[in-house]
Design a protein. Structure first.
Length: 684
């Protein structure tokens, strides 16, 4: 029996996923055409299976039908609803929304995910089902709203802008695969709370999760401890601050904060041991199986049904069924079944980093762990356990390296040592947290378990901070393209095949692929080595400007907050392969002037009418926050009386009406105009 015969669901899942990829990137067939194709291929495969000589043809047709079904499943969840929602949203100005989660503070706004239930206009109200992000301006008397709050919002939602540079994480595409395409920014006067009538399972579980979080973290003073405990036990990550996230990322322990196979595996082990007494009774093993499945599904719903949790729950459910029925379960088959069910639930999960990393990590552990483990035979039992944990960590890290490099651009140097300490401590923290949650109504148990959980989480945080503080704790990696990621995976496949088969052909194949990967990285490195560019970033307060020259970058003016640094400045440094300097190229509070590549630049903050030169100042590029009206109706003459320029950059938001007027005026005068907030980034 060959490998394909033992793992039928592996074929099914792979070709079903291929259909989803085709629907995403090469959507050439209409929805109804794809349905007909799927049905015809399936019918023909059944027909040809009855003829012995044509079973190969039948198998091929069955695989084509799986591709077509994947194509249909993706389109059925996306295209029709998207067109209908866009039509209703464009023609409406009032919306009835239900919040799907508890609000969190994001700068000057409360943010939450919400569902549009209906949209209203002069023609009446229309039913609608669309997920959106809702940003509600914080007022003095504002309070945080819980999941299930029903509100009426006045005003039109905006689309989410795509990434403006390949080095940036495409947040719009990430949200699109969560089926979120719009966002509301509303002031308090355009926001009205009304009576809630939503009783969906998602809302009920979100409300239950909020109550569980409050029960779990009550009487814990440290916000950092509360955030980590809620994330570790219930997958509630909204309370985690950036400092904590950065510390766990630098220690190579972000998987601890994301409820995944580690957490579900611990829960499964606790349930298996705690219910072993049921085996003494008639049909006890079936009762234990039913209870374990009930607990696992409830935990998945409670923690938000993320891709990694769904995968882990399905796999452990199959394991539990196999153990109960005394059937052997092939791990690859179980993994493929989990993937197929997950993609049937939501085909967009295929494009989620969490889904991809979860399945890669498990595949790496299953395939690479025994091979790494056999490289050394420890002499004692304790060292053997430590070496086995090291082998698991190495296997997961190797398997996920291409994607972690592509998505995050960083590599934790001390991941092997940190996980040796953090995983056992996280296991104890999870068990104590779950017990604290379950026994919270028992005073004595609560008094004992709450301090224990708090102490364990503090130790966990202290250890991550220690690893973060070590020299060169995190290696910043250069930018990778999608082609580079494909090359890395091909290198891994050929090297794995070489180690398994020892065939000579894999030596030259892997050598060729490694050479192509190195040449790709090297070419991009030297391509940017001689570049001298100015990079303009729209910041929360004005603008942040950097000068990139060779392998270094230097601040020109402005201030970059932590979000701007993490999501824009640092990815750009990786793209240009530069390092930042602590010194500034130019200084100034109201006005900053500098010269770059023979051109004169001037950045003005606030009302430039306070700037009164003796004669119009000759410039190449002028940057202002907005155009102030003066003697003329549009303010352009007022600006021209003070400056002469060939290009103007407006750093604040400009409405569509003024944008068109200014663009037409600038074109007529031969002046280039850039609206920085709209473009999201400017490289000169």
């Amino acid at each position: 029996m060959n490998a394909w015969s033992r793992f039928p669901f592996l074929r099914i899942s792979l070709f079903f996923a291929l259909g989803i990829l085709l629907a995403e990137y090469y959507s050439v067939f209409r929805f109804d055409t794809a349905i007909w194709m799927a049905g015809i291929f399936a019918a023909l495969s059944i027909f040809f299976f009855a003829i012995d000589r044509l079973r190969v043809v039948a198998s091929a047709l069955l695989l084509f039908s799986l591709i077509a079904f994947g194509y249909v499943r993706y389109q059925s969840s996306d295209i029709r609803r998207e067109h209908l929602a866009a039509e209703h949203i464009r023609s409406s100005d009032h919306y009835l929304l239900v919040t799907a989660e508890r609000e969190v503070v994001k700068g000057r706004y409360f943010r939450s995910e919400a569902h549009i239930v209906s949209a209203g206009s002069k023609g009446g109200w229309k039913s609608l089902s669309e997920k959106v992000l809702l940003y509600r301006a914080i007022a003095e008397d504002s309070t945080i709203h819980e999941a299930g709050t029903t509100v009426i919002v006045h005003g039109a939602p905006g689309t989410i802008p795509p990434a403006v540079h390949p080095a940036y994480f495409d947040y719009a595409d990430y949200l699109r695969h969560q089926q979120i395409r719009y966002r509301f920014f509303v002031r308090q006067e355009n926001y009205l709370i009304t009576h809630s009538t939503d009783f969906s399972v998602q809302i009920q579980m979100a409300q239950l999760r909020a109550r569980m979080v409050n029960r779990l973290v009550s009487r814990i003073e440290s916000a950092e401890v509360r955030g980590v405990l809620a994330a570790l036990v219930l997958g509630h990550r909204n309370e985690l601050d950036r400092h904590t996230r950065d510390a766990y990322a630098a220690a190579g322990a972000m998987h601890v904060l994301a409820v995944s196979g580690l957490h579900v595996g611990i829960l499964y082990g606790v349930l298996l041991a705690g219910m072993s007494f049921l085996l003494r009774f008639p049909y006890g093993r079936y009762i234990r199986l039913a209870l374990i499945l009930l607990f696992l599904v409830s935990y998945a719903l409670l923690t938000g049904l993320s891709p990694s949790v769904t995968r882990a729950v399905i796999m452990f459910a199959l394991l539990a069924v196999g153990q109960t029925l005394h059937r052997r379960a092939y791990v690859y088959n179980s993994l493929a079944v989990a993937a197929f069910i997950s993609l049937m639930i939501d085909p967009h999960w295929l494009f989620a980093p969490g889904f991809q990393l979860s399945y890669l990590a498990v595949t790496g552990i299953v395939y690479l762990h025994p091979r790494i483990y056999r490289l050394w035979e420890p002499s004692t039992r304790i060292i053997d356990k430590i070496w086995s944990l090291c082998a698991v960590t190495l296997a997961a890290q190797v398997a996920t390296l291409p994607l972690t490099w592509y998505y995050f651009g960083q590599f934790p140097i001390y991941f092997l040592f940190s996980n040796l300490l953090l995983i056992p401590l996280a296991t104890l923290s999870l068990i104590s947290g779950l017990l604290s949650l379950i026994l919270s109504d028992i005073p004595l148990a609560s008094q004992l378990l709450k301090p224990l959980s708090e102490g364990l989480i503090k130790s966990l945080n202290d250890l991550t901070a220690l690893f973060q503080s070590l020299p060169a704790a995190q290696l910043s990696l250069p930018y990778l393209s999608v082609g580079d990621v494909v090359l890395m995976f091909l290198v891994f496949f050929t090297l794995t095949a070489l180690l398994r088969t020892r065939h000579f052909r894999y030596i030259w194949q892997s050598s060729l692929l490694i050479s192509a990967f190195i040449l790709s990285i090297t070419f991009r490195y030297y391509q940017h080595a001689g570049r001298e560019v100015l990079v303009w970033y729209p910041a929360k307060e004005g603008v942040f400007v950097e000068a990139v020259k060779g392998y270094g970058s230097q601040k020109v003016t402005g201030t970059a907050d932590s979000d701007l640094l993490a999501f824009q400045v640092e990815p750009m440094h990786r793209y240009f392969t530069t390092s930042a300097s602590d010194t500034s190229l130019a200084k100034g509070t109201f006005a900053t002037a500098w010269k770059w590549q023979g051109q004169k630049y001037l950045l003005l903050r606030g009302d430039y009418r306070k700037f009164n030169p003796v004669q119009a100042l000759p410039l190449d590029v002028l940057a202002i926050d907005k155009l102030y009206k003066g003697r003329d109706s549009d303010g352009w003459a007022e600006l021209n009386s003070r400056f002469r320029f060939r290009e103007i950059i407006l750093t604040n938001y400009v409405n569509e009406k003024d944008k068109k007027r200014l663009s037409d005026l600038a074109d007529s005068l031969g002046v280039k105009v850039t609206f920085l907030k709209d473009s999201g980034l400017l490289i000169q």
